[in-house]
Write a protein that binds this ligand. Structure first.
Ligand SMILES: *[C@@H]1O[C@H](CO)[C@@H](O)[C@H](O)[C@H]1NC(C)=O
Length: 295
């Protein structure tokens, strides 16, 4: 009996000892960790920028996404991208355009090959569109103005849409460029679409791309760039030049330049009354978060 008693007492105290030992060990480790972190350099703070704080958009396009590939293979631009159609663009204005808007249209027509400028005198856009369709145009582009300054652009893809409305700002015409190059030539430019990452961004990128004929003529060395940054689309038109000996490449800006902001994207052709909207910019809702971008 006494042997058994001794055994239980001993075991019990042993396990109690064990427990307290563990607690001590834990405290010691905790203390070590605290001392260690005292001597450690404070973690480097990554500066917060709008870019790294951007709210993730669920529609950001992964280049391997099959669903996106399927959608883009069957959308309104698929005929263009599978080389079944060639672009033909009609550029027009609101009624009675003023000097600056007229020049802007003319200069756009030197950027976009196969573009025709047409001043519709009082003819409603809805009447113009069927005529354009029957004549094989693939786009109608309308430049609107406010107090003689171009301030809006409607881009309507034919025959089935979509139609995008943009706000236009910071138009700089060719003769207002600081160090302008020579006049552009009639070569088909390369088109660069930069940083259009979401589904909406892709649609808008395709809308711009399909304005230009396939197969750029590289001898012309002309590049049209649409660069998206925080939902502002910056347009630039350049020519690059090879400087003889040092194998350097320089660029000249040919102009014009301007900035676009998407206001809405509509299904179908231009229809201000019954058009179905795919996307509309809502100023108060959407601009309240400065970290959410849509393109
Ligand atoms: C790309 O777009 C995002 C969102 O619009 C913007 O935050 C970022 O600055 C853009 N990148 C460049 C290189 O402009």
């Amino acid at each position: 009996v006494s042997k058994q008693l001794w055994h239980t007492v001993c075991c019990k105290s042993l396990s109690e000892n064990c427990r307290s030992l563990l607690i001590w060990l834990f405290c010691f480790l905790y203390w070590c960790f605290n001392i260690f972190s005292l001597f450690q350099a404070p973690p480097k703070e990554v500066p917060k920028t709008i870019e790294n704080q951007r709210i993730y958009d669920e529609t950001t396009v992964n280049p391997e996404d099959e669903e996106v590939a399927f959608d883009e293979g069957t959308d309104e631009f698929s005929a263009y991208f599978s080389r079944l159609t060639n672009p033909k663009v009609l550029i027009t204005t609101s009624d009675r355009p003023r000097g600056r808007t007229v020049r802007f249209c003319e200069q756009l027509a030197t950027v976009i090959p196969h573009a025709h400028v047409y001043y519709r005198r009082g003819l409603a856009l809805k009447r113009v569109i069927p005529q354009c369709v029957s004549r094989g145009f693939t786009y109608v582009m309308v430049i609107n103005e406010d107090r003689k300054v171009p301030n809006g652009l409607v881009l309507c893809h034919l025959p089935d849409g979509p139609t995008a409305h943009f706000k236009v700002s910071n138009v700089r015409l060719r003769k207002e460029m600081k160090r302008r190059g020579k006049e552009p030539t009639e070569h088909i430019p390369e088109v660069i679409l930069n940083n259009f990452s979401t589904r909406l961004g892709h649609s808008i990128g395709r809308l711009f791309a399909a304005l230009f004929p396939h197969d750029p003529q590289f001898v012309g060395r002309q590049v049209a760039t649409f660069h998206n940054q925080r939902d502002f689309i910056f347009f630039r038109f350049h020519r690059y030049i090879f400087k003889n000996e040092k194998k350097k490449v320089g660029i000249q800006e040919l102009g014009p330049r301007f900035t676009l902001k998407l206001r809405s994207l509509q299904k179908g052709t231009f229809d201000s009354k019954f058009g179905e909207y795919e996307w509309v910019h809502k100023r108060h809702e959407m601009d309240s978060s400065r970290r959410k971008f849509h393109l």
